[in-house]
Design a binder for this molecule. Structure first.
Ligand code: SF4
Length: 460
């Protein structure tokens, strides 16, 4: 089954579906060409075609930069964010690209990067088609990729099977689950928490130390993004002239003695942490998809709140937080979507809020029923949330929305701990409803920047 830890991918901003996925797709195609004897011997030029939402909001989301960096051999986890622009500038000026960082081929930015704003590939709103051409312009190799959210990509064959190219290890696990019902039944039958269940599954294929190390690395990169964001002021890139707010907010709220901070200010600090991460995300910096880049701040904001304002926070508790959040995310990945191009912002901030609320409930001592209820309440009150980023940039409403979701997740976790009975609405029911709502949503509200705030606010 899909690993809950794969709901978190260390990468760069600003968008998992429009930056992380396309960079991976570019790299995968470059490696495909070089691994094919005939193509690698004759390839002279590469072309990249972007369709649908990637074409409509790709510029603001960094898709064009991402695809080219991917073709040039860069991976979102390891790329130096400071080289993203300079590498593309060099390719633009030389009209040459070093494919997979190994073989020079022609690539004219103005000719070979084709943006099809009026065309959607039938399989998914985030489609890409890459071509490897010989000297005469004949096609040697062609492949389509689809960025399905959270940095996951599928090729044409995989999308027809709807099978993730990453994540599904094929390893048999002792407690497989795809729904909340299956997950909670395993917990009840075996007297386990959700995190214990995940750990048992993960250790079916690798040592516990490796799982713990991965979870703590995710948490550390989250903290790194917060700390960077709290220090960086100025204007965000993209031309919308959005001012970075996190340092000023932090300066007003931060007190030397954490005990002197009121409950209200603690929640405001959680919002500030979340805003800090998403300001970093909007600046092409290092963040963790959680479960996407647009929603990268919510879970770190809540985790940092927990770390700073609760006693007895150990590495074990942090691992529990990450594993529980990941398990909740997997339920959405299996049964709905984390792609805003498919379901709007419900799939990004909605899912992040649900994961954060459930995870916080767990580490604050909630039982499995309370965790499920928290996750359900969080999504129930994000149903119908649209995606309408101004200028196609992951800035407004995205950055502030992460802060609001972090605060909401904290309140929901506390509310859930006050009650110990199942709600009328199950987590599975709300996940199903989210997907159905997404299907009914006008495509203009699904990461196209063709409606909502994107058309009603003048960008300047
Ligand atoms: S509005 Fe929501 S879904 Fe859309 S780009 Fe912003 S964070 Fe992502």
């Amino acid at each position: 089954m899909l690993s809950p830890l794969e709901m978190f991918a260390i990468g760069v901003g600003p968008s998992s579906s429009h930056t992380v996925g396309p960079m991976k797709a570019g790299l995968e195609f470059a490696n495909l060409v070089l691994s094919d004897e005939k193509s690698s011997a004759k390839v002279a030029r590469i072309q990249a075609n972007l369709y649908g939402s990637l074409a409509l909001t790709g510029e603001g989301h960094g898709t064009f930069l991402a695809v080219i960096n991917g073709l040039a051999g860069q991976h979102p986890k390891t790329i130096d964010p400071d080289t993203i622009y300079s590498r593309v500038d060099e390719i633009k000026s030389t009209k040459k690209l070093r494919l997979a960082d190994k073989l020079f081929v022609a690539f004219d930015y103005d000719v070979d990067l084709l943006i099809h704003k009026d065309q959607f590939l039938p399989e998914h709103a985030n489609g890409m088609r890459f071509l490897a051409l010989d000297e005469r312009g004949n096609t040697l190799l062609e492949e389509e990729y689809f960025s399905i959210g959270g940095g996951f990509i599928l090729d044409k064959k995989q999308i027809s099977e709807r099978k993730a190219s990453e994540g599904s290890s094929g390893v048999e696990v002792p407690y497989p689950f795809k729904t909340a019902k299956e997950m909670t039944e395993h917990c009840a039958k075996n007297n386990m928490t959700i995190a214990e269940l995940v750990l048992a599954n993960e250790t079916a294929s690798r040592p516990k130390d490796a799982v713990v190390k991965d979870a703590l690395e995710i948490a550390e990169v989250m903290r790194y993004s917060i700390n960077r964001g709290l220090k960086h002021d100025g204007i965000l890139p993209g031309g919308l002239n959005v001012k970075r707010r996190a340092p000023n907010l932090y300066a007003q709220l931060n007190k030397k003695d954490l005990n002197l901070i009121s409950d209200q200010d603690r929640r405001l600090l959680a919002m500030t942490y979340a805003i800090a991460v998403n300001e970093e995300n909007a600046s092409f910096s290092r963040v963790v998809t959680a479960p996407t880049n647009g929603s990268a701040g919510t879970i770190p904001g809540v985790l940092e709140y927990y770390r700073n304002f609760y006693l007895g926070v150990t590495d074990d508790r942090i691992v529990e937080f990450i594993l529980t959040a990941g398990a909740i995310g997997v339920l959405y990945k299996y049964n709905a979507s984390i792609s805003a191009a498919e379901v709007g912002c419900q799939g990004e901030i909605g899912v992040a809020c649900s994961m954060a609320a459930g995870a916080l409930t767990a580490v604050m001592g909630g039982n499995v029923q309370q965790v499920e209820k928290s996750a359900e309440i969080a999504m129930e009150h994000c149903l119908g949330m649209t995606c309408d980023p101004i200028d196609g940039l992951v800035q407004i409403p995205c950055i502030e929305r992460n802060g609001v979701a972090a605060s909401k997740a904290i309140d929901i976790a506390k509310l859930s701990l006050l009650e110990n009975e199942p709600g009328k609405v199950s987590l599975d029911a709300v996940i199903f409803t989210m997907m159905e709502t997404g299907k009914d949503m006008s495509s203009r509200y699904k990461e196209t920047a063709l409606a909502g705030l994107a058309v009603n606010v003048v960008a300047c």
